[in-house]
Design a protein around this ligand. Sequence first.
Ligand SMILES: C[S@@+](CC[C@H](N)C(=O)[O-])C[C@H]1O[C@@H](n2cnc3c(N)ncnc32)[C@H](O)[C@@H]1O
Length: 644
Amino acid sequence: MGRKAKNKQDVPLPIEIEKQVGKTTAGLRNKLSYITHKNQKAANNKKASGKKTNSNTISFVKAEDHSPAPIKNTVKNISQKTHNQTIPSNKRPASKSSITPAKKIKSQSWDSDENEADQAPVAEQSDIDQNSSEEEDLSDDANDDTPDSDKEQSNEPADPRTQHKKMLFDLDSESESSQSELDDIPDQEEHDSDLGSDQDDHLEDSDEEYDSDKVNDSFSDSDDGDNTIAGLERKSERLTKLQSIMDEEGEKELLESKLHMPALQETEVFVLPEADEIEAEESGIKDMKSIQVRIQEIINVLNNFTRLKQSDRSRSDYISQLQSDLQFVYGYNEYLLTKLMEIFPISELVEFLEANESPRPITIRVNTLKSKRKQVAQALIKRGVNLDVISGKWSKVGLTIYESPVPIGATPEYMSGLYMIQSASSFLPVLALDPQPNERVLDMSAAPGGKSTYVAALMQNSGIVFVNDANKDRTRALVANIHRLGVTNTLVSNYDGREFPKVMGGFDRVLLDAPCSGTGVISKDPSVKTNKSEADFVMLTQLQKELLIAAIDSASASKAGIIVYSTCSITVDEDEAVVNYALSKRPNVKLVETGIDFGKSGFTSFRGKHFDSSLALTKRFYPHTNNMDGFFVAKFQKVSNSKK
Ligand SMILES: C[S@@+](CC[C@H](N)C(=O)[O-])C[C@H]1O[C@@H](n2cnc3c(N)ncnc32)[C@H](O)[C@@H]1O
């Protein structure tokens, strides 16, 4: 697993944070079990003397009444969360926490208010009725869904990177399971009851972890003498009081430990494992948690390379170990992980991988052909749905669904076409396309129709939208959605998009939401991690290039036609490289601004390849920065008919 040597290290690793938290609370936990143990002993003594006792019952019911989160439970949950970080997606529940490089954890974790916006309050009925700013968000804005950068300070959606710190330290949220944890204690005590005085000694020693005169006051040995029901009740009350004191102290200490992480601490420096150690590891059972710790250690070394590297090791030694560990922890094949490592700096890569382990928020698009956002929101809230307007204010028709007691794809509102379940990032190509009423628009690969029906809505069912898809089966879903949403300005076709220019042309706007590898939607389809080979990428990128050329050729030059190319993939091969290819093959188009004022600019160079500088106008969206599916959007305008 890598040996350790003593050294100075200035960056606390998450594992050390866990240790600190654990240390802070260990004494409290021991104290609690010591008290329970004593209480149990008293009850047993009573039992042995033939008198009825209900000390445990009284004591635990009281604890529930006062509802403090038991420290034992808190500790357990912190370590579970940390452990969850180490379990691959297929073996664990969706995790919101992240393996974040030590530096990031340090800078993000101590500022407790930082991500309040991310924990957006869920809209209640009263919010919509009474809150004026909410009123504005849910106002009659149906057809005005273009981003308005002048009005907004920032349209940037919530950054999920700020969310994990709350997960690491939000102890309050753990209180739910407090009673079940309390219920466990008597059993444990029974098992422990054969422990003799050594155990007591150990527990007494552990008191040194915290100073509690109050504890001694409450639990002097003389307490054991009064084992009448009234006496036990009094004791139980004191236990409850004690527990809340410990909670308070624990929380205070936790807070202090968060705020006063030492800048420099004596820790052990990481040493890369030797080849024989790796061999032994490969042939045995790998320990997920140790490998996750090693990932963090390597990232830490890479971030402080000159100071922390071993003299006989190169950067590539660390990187290749890191790659192998990331593949193991997150379950990607080598080919895809290599591709991703080329896109992101190491720390950001881990954020991206971690974001793929949890789902993005469910979002719906209100169908403005039939309703308004405010009405749909109110109807769903009446059904008990917790929702809010899409964060970032860049959409006026989107709602985020936090919780729903009913399947969101089976409500009467859904059935009657008032909304479409649609990922937030899939709104973006349509916003970039910016279709206008009475235009002639082509959606070249349209099924199942999320974007086509949005296009139709923005055109208010006027003009005509040719909705095409090469896959006949998928056009059935497309047709069903068109009917459900009350779209009446579409014509469905079933061509290979590459043939479309031979069928017809002269479109005002063409949308090519291309078939792709899906590397932006891994949280929805984790099979992408392993089922894409180099051959798939070669085949896909060829198809994408041909489709984009056909899309460009289908647009009208005389009307300065617009072409939007989008994918739900973040690989440069499928995005910038395809766009750059089209620019080189079709000088009659130029890239223009997408009109979306968040997301990252596309690459203008990548691994030694230089793209046209206008690629900076394209946009990339990532799950870890935008809390939406990964997406790429490029917007072209046709400037002449000449293909040369
Ligand atoms: C990313 S999906 C489109 C999603 C759709 N735009 C939406 O928003 O619901 C890509 C689509 O491309 C279609 N497709 C694949 N090859 C095609 C081709 N040669 N011509 C046209 N469509 C194709 C697939 O059947 C698939 O439905």
